[in-house]
Design a protein around this ligand. Structure first.
Ligand code: ADP
Ligand code: MG
Length: 291
């Protein structure tokens, strides 16, 4: 494309809240073959809420006080959901010690010298905590697109809290439009496989890559590129930044974190996935060389 066409394209993007930081990205976007979408905060609103609480041998109140206490120091949006819920129920979090975050899996704390864990199945298996009593429950929750968080002490599960995040109103349509452009739509998430699969079905996404640790997102982009694809990544979080930088076109969405915005070639200011489609259409127009 000519410099003038790129300037015109960039200007048109800006008018619609699409900040295009490089002319090269604007050109590359015309022949994208795969668009990789982060789930939380990109496809969904990123403000999960508690939907179900299951516990055995404890009152709901006791269990929530412990769960909330464990989550107090976590900065994860899942923790916020649990703390908000406890607050609404008028429950004060219990005091815990030795908080330790386990990225991509959950957290550990101690209470009165005993270890307690909160997190996903992977964490529980690593800690050799038996899931026999709650496997069915975990499956049912995940099949509904909810994320089950397991709370356990040293050897056994104490309870499960399901949390769900609302899909943004335009995500489904944006995904359909990307597919109509002949682009493969991939969802990349740290969430569990079954939950991710439920959301894949709901939104008719082509491919899901789930249970990805934060530090591995970038490698998933490289793998698609090594398979010969021109790849865009769209994300909002700190842990999306390396993947955004690695992709042929990185797009930061909405009120994304500063690091994500810095690492991206394009910023979708309106927090709307449909603007990714607009950016790609703009690129195609620029390549056809609008004057
Ligand atoms: P994502 O942001 O895509 O959900 P993360 O890598 O941040 O992915 O987290 C992956 C999984 O680890 C979560 O889905 C959850 O099961 C577990 N997890 C992370 N943080 C917490 C937490 N504070 N409390 C309980 N579970 C957590
Ligand atoms: Mg995110």
């Amino acid at each position: 494309a000519t410099p003038v066409a790129i300037m015109v394209g960039t200007g048109k993007g800006a008018e619609q809240g699409i900040l295009i930081k490089s002319g090269e990205a604007l050109e590359t976007a015309h022949n994208l073959q795969s668009v990789v979408l982060d789930k939380t905060g990109t496809i969904t609103q990123g403000r999960p809420v508690v939907t179900d609480i299951h516990t055995e041998g404890w009152t709901k109140k006791e269990f929530l006080a412990l769960a909330a206490g464990m989550e107090v120091k976590s900065e994860h949006p899942l923790a916020e959901a649990i703390l908000d819920y406890a607050k609404k129920e008028g429950i004060s979090p219990v005091q815990v010690d030795n908080f330790n975050s386990i990225p991509g899996k959950g957290l550990e704390v101690s209470v009165n010298g005993r270890r307690y864990y909160a997190g996903n199945e992977r964490l529980m298996r690593e800690k050799e905590i038996s899931l026999d009593n709650c496997l069915k429950l975990l499956e049912v929750m995940a099949d509904e697109g909810k994320t089950p968080l397991i709370f356990a002490e040293e050897t056994q599960v104490l309870g499960v809290i399901a949390v769900a995040d609302v899909v943004k109103p335009t995500s489904k349509e944006a995904i359909k439009e990307l597919k109509d452009l002949g682009i493969e739509v991939v969802m990349l998430t740290g969430d569990n496989r079954r939950t991710a699969e439920a959301i894949r079905r709901q939104l008719d996404i082509d491919t899901v890559i789930a249970e990805v640790l934060p530090q591995d997102k970038e490698r998933k982009i490289s793998e698609l590129q090594e398979a010969g694809k021109v790849v865009a990544m769209i994300g909002d979080g700190v842990n999306d930044a390396p993947a955004l930088a690695r992709a042929d076109v990185g797009m930061a969405i909405g009120a994304g974190t500063d690091v994500a915005i810095e690492s991206a070639d394009v910023v979708l200011m309106k927090n709307d996935l449909k603007d990714a489609v607009t950016a790609i259409r703009l690129s195609k127009a620029v390549i056809r060389n609008i004057k």
